[in-house]
Design a protein around this ligand. Sequence first.
Ligand SMILES: C=C(O[C@@H]1C=C(C(=O)O)C=C[C@H]1O)C(=O)O
Length: 460
Amino acid sequence: MIKVREETLESTLEMAVNSIESSESRLVSFTKKIDEVDALQFFEAGKHLKTNRSFWSSTIDNFTMVGLGSAYLIADEEVNLQTIHKKWNALLHNAIINNNYQTPGTGVTAMGGMAFDPLKARTPLWKKFSKSELRIPEFTLVQDREQAYITYTVMVNKVDNPSEIARYILEKEEILLSHADTTLHDIQVKAREEIQPHQWKNTVGKATQYISSGKADKIVLARELRLKLTEEANVTAVLASLMESQPTSYVFAYEQAGDCFIGATPERLVKVEESQLLSTCLAGTAPRGLNQTEDEKFGYQLLHDKKNLEEHNYVVQMIKGSIQSLCSSIQIPETPVLYKLRNLQHLYTPVHGILKDDYSIFNVIEKLHPTPALGGEPREKAVSFIRENELLDRGWYGAPIGWLDSNQNGEFAVAIRSGLLQGNEASLFAGCGVVKDSDPEEEYEETSLKFLPMLTVLGG
Ligand SMILES: C=C(O[C@@H]1C=C(C(=O)O)C=C[C@H]1O)C(=O)O
């Protein structure tokens, strides 16, 4: 990685082009501070580029990232995180980075996600999505509280003309930072089809038998709700509604050739800021009450419910065990607290650790995914059961989604409370942890509640 301090984009590009000797190409990035902008407007204006867009917002931290276009793609059909990690390192090794800021998400940044289970046969539903992908956007906007930054990233080679590239970028920037005209319509759900609800309940029954016979302790089963909408959903409008209705969740979107994977997940998989590591154990669910007394009653019951505490504890123990070798110290509270969302409340245990020098966010994701919150316990048995019995191609649902940068920062969430928008249709996904005394009917109800965050913003 070559860090440079050239004054302008053009001089940075010139320096980069001149530094290239053979037929290789090099990634060049240039970050500048800009006046505060509306990230959603920027995302909407990104439509003008006719390109794939990505969005990430951690509302609680007041941190939003928008990625437009693709300067480089690391796509892999294998979901081998070590291979992806090597490709990312190789890309950065040769990159020329002009960034005067420390803010996470500046410098070279990648946004991406992956399939929950690369071994599950892919169905047409997810045909536009690779099994894993890291996209280095051409334009990355970071809004960190009141500070905003834009990074341009391009791949250049020896014969490129720096002033032409600079002109192209600045022209596009003008469009992106000008006010986008968002005409937002109220969409409605015209029809909904629950995919094989009866068989799903049978599969839950089968999982409880499998667990009772001692072959596994917990298996997470998910199902799909297919929607027809009155018109094509505007992704920006859906994002805006998710940010408003789910202020304690991560709101994300990842477009792929017209389809868009989108959601508002409360579940952080891992955040790394320099050597600080944060993870989250989130499992165990109850509804919100209709009034404060009922809400507190449901919360109290959840905090004392044996089945939910057991489901939760599998996650705590697994996360603790998995990151032990990567961290020099770990802090985990003894007991969970409640994490309240608009429609649900969960058992929540935060995890803090100090990441040892030799490890990065890739190593943590590799160890953690899938946690027993989305796979089960023990992992291999549960994931094989899901692969063989679940009536769904999860695609990117339930898998890590997020971003990372060239300064060892990054954050990935577990892509739940999510859906795949496909023109004027959409598929929503929801799952729940099954243990030995799970009741199929209750689990069915729980998944119905978990569809709500997405269903509501789509007018359902
Ligand atoms: C699988 C989902 O949620 C997960 C399962 C939970 C549970 O079983 O209690 C709770 C939170 C999530 O870890 C989902 O929302 O689709």
